[in-house]
Write a protein that binds this ligand. Structure first.
Ligand code: PRX
Length: 631
């Protein structure tokens, strides 16, 4: 480990207390071990979990980039999340403490969670769901979303969770692409004191989704909703049927069998379904959460993301349960009814580790220190951040005001595709505000120029990953060609992240941002193409271009340029109507901050919109190389 003072720039070295508590004290030794024997390292990690049948080989790279891990191994991630804890003291340990926005509380021991997952898995089977079937889950942040995901995985069905903040078009496109047979949803969820009407959105989306045979609805808000006879069923009624008993065998899966698909935005076209599998994903998520957040039996872990995103999949649902940890989950908004809701929850439930996003920190920072200072936050011992680069100012606020200068901040860089943390410290690694430090054990990253040469220290370039890792995406579901093209073709043999970054003289990585047409709004990943098609679906819009511009809280905000059809004239009212239109079709997070009406868009000769020119113009920066711009 680096000695005090040996690193460049502003460095926060771990305190003796932090080092004393950390399960892994010698970062360098393990990094070296994993570097020298990648398969040996991952085999050891995998051996800490239970397998129905051990793998024959750790890594098969004979069909690159279609890597396979733990070949021949038989396993089910749910066995390790739930079943195996039933024969230990953890049976009676709390798996989940949940608080609803209105203040209702529910808790599940490992026993109770296991039992309800079994019950619901039996319901799914009784309704005809089989191994390999896709099930779309579109739910608020309530315990049943966790139960639904685990129940699918238990019987070998592939879950496809669609974030509850998405609207009709986004939901419909994802159901259709996955050809889901079932949708699991709720009558609504609470957010900012209001009901999010999920079921209405489902009804709307299903008008155009013939693959869906049944809908299961959790009663959350109790408001009146429409239930379609023969298609829609109440969760609480199904779970009481005799068939829904508390015993359900866990399906024996091959290590490489699909666990879930999760849609994410890419460079072009419609969102792509990232596929993760039972074996490697399980091992990667388990190992990263164990080393990075160092969760131990007395911890109370709060990952404040939504289960609908990869952060929630890996580190609300699967990771903590694999470790037998106690997780905390909160349904609503951080500022409801007051800006100290989160701090009050940390105090009341004795949260020891908080993992959130820069946008949330910046948002809460705006309300000032007096809100957190009203609460005893002394239970905290570690903090974390993910989703976008954290500006040093927000990092320091988080460190000082929330962590009281005691709690190291784990800045974890990773992606839906990577499934697990890729560039991240562990508690004993010296920190620099704004840097995710170095690659996780067994990984190697580099920063390359256009030609594939490593750039000099301090210079910006494309971030690539050089070695395979067990939780890596296996493919884009239904589109293996796009998988190869998108991630493995710019630099043969290397994984292209889509991010730009630089590396400093200590080998620390600093993420700059996306280099493709993906915009990170409040940490959420949106494609310009999705926003543009939502705009063009409005009768007034002939053509549209969306870009991200810096925003103090959201990181980036969407600015859209619209070319109107003949007969329509620009007006404030029309701009507002278009903003609402995008929110209704795609989701409130995609709502453009600003809409500008234009009479032309900068395009290449081949007709591609040059968003970088729009960005440069909006920011008053040089427009760069315009040689491909059409006159
Ligand atoms: O640009 C990087 C940014 O989020 C992208 C991945 O987005 P998504 O697949 O939605 O997953 C987000 C949660 C894992 C990356 O390409 N990103 C993620 N974490 C960080 C980050 N940028 C900087 N620092 C991070 N810690």
């Amino acid at each position: 480990m680096a000695q005090q003072g040996s690193l460049h720039g502003e460095v926060y070295y771990p305190s003796p207390e932090v080092i004393a508590r950390a399960r892994l004290k010698d970062w360098d030794a393990l990094a070296k071990r994993a570097q020298e024997d990648l398969e040996g390292f991952w085999a050891e990690e995998a051996s800490e979990l239970e397998w129905y049948q051990k793998w024959e080989r750790v890594l098969d790279d004979s069909q690159k980039p279609f890597y396979k891990w733990f070949i021949g191994g038989k396993v089910n991630i749910v066995h390790n999340c739930l079943d195996r804890h039933q024969t230990t003291y953890r049976k009676n340990k709390l798996a989940l403490i949940w608080v609803g926005e209105p203040g209702d509380v529910r808790t599940y021991s490992y026993f109770a969670l296991h039992r309800e997952v079994n019950q619901f898995a039996n319901v799914l089977k009784a309704m005809g769901i089989r191994k390999g079937d896709r099930v779309t889950i579109y739910m608020p942040r309530i315990p049943e979303i966790v139960i639904a995901m685990l129940a699918c995985a238990k019987i070998g069905a592939i879950h496809s969770v669609v974030y509850g903040g998405f609207s009709v078009d986004a939901l419909q496109g994802r159901i259709e692409d996955s050809q889901s047979r079932m949708v699991i949803t709720a009558d609504g969820g609470w957010m900012n004191g209001k009901i999010v009407e999920l079921k209405k959105t489902v009804d709307e989306a299903l008008k155009r989704c013939p693959s869906v045979e049944s809908v299961i609805v959790v009663k959350r808000t109790g408001q009146e909703i429409r239930m379609e006879p023969g298609r829609d069923y109440w969760y609480h009624e199904l779970i009481k049927l005799p068939v829904a008993n508390g015993h359900c065998p866990t399906e024996v899966m091959d290590a490489e069998d699909p666990l879930f698909i999760l849609y994410t935005s890419g460079t072009t076209g419609k969102p792509k379904a990232i596929l993760h599998v039972h074996g490697g994903y399980m091992v990667g998520v388990y190992s990263t959460l164990k080393y990075v957040f160092d969760i131990q039996d007395d911890d109370r872990w709060w990952c404040a993301a939504d289960p609908g995103w990869i952060t929630g999949h890996s580190y609300i649902v699967y990771g903590p349960l694999l470790l037998g940890a106690t997780s905390f989950m909160y349904e609503g908004a951080p500022t409801y009814p007051y800006p100290d809701r989160w701090w009050a929850l940390i105090e009341k439930y004795g949260i020891t580790i908080l993992y959130t996003a820069p946008t949330a920190i910046r948002g809460l920072m705006r309300f000032g220190e007096s809100w957190p200072n009203r609460h005893d936050l002394s239970s905290l011992r570690l903090l974390g951040t993910v989703g976008e680069p954290i500006n040093p100012e927000a990092w320091k606020w988080y460190y000082r005001v929330i962590g009281k200068e005691r709690c190291p901040i784990m800045d974890t860089w990773w992606q839906t595709e990577t499934g697990m943390f890729m560039i991240t410290p562990t508690p004993v690694v010296p920190l620099k505000p704004g840097s995710g430090t170095r690659p996780f054990f067994g990984q190697e990253a580099d920063i390359l120029d256009e030609q594939g040469n490593p750039v000099p220290v301090g210079e910006e370039g494309y971030l690539v990953l050089k070695r395979p890792w067990p939780a890596m995406l296996r493919t884009i579901y239904g589109d293996p060609e796009r998988y190869v093209k998108q991630y493995w073709s710019k630099y043969p043999g290397l994984y292209m992240t889509g991010d730009s970054a630089r590396r400093d003289e200590d080998g620390y990585f600093w993420i700059i941002g996306r280099v493709d047409d993906v915009i990170k709004v409040s940490g959420y990943r949106l494609g310009t193409a999705e926003i543009e098609s939502a705009l063009v679906s409005h009768p007034a819009v002939a053509e549209a271009a969306a870009i991200g511009l810096p925003h103090e809280v959201k990181g980036n905000a969407i600015h859209a340029y619209c070319l109107l059809r003949a007969g329509y004239t620009p007006s404030e009212a029309l701009a507002e109507e278009l903003r609402q239109h995008v929110a209704q079709h795609l989701g409130p997070i995609a709502k453009p901050e600003k809409i500008e009406f234009v009479t032309s868009l900068p395009k290449t000769r081949s007709g591609k919109i040059m968003r970088r020119v729009l960005r440069a113009r909006a920011l008053g920066m040089p427009e760069g190389d315009l040689s491909t711009l059409e006159e």
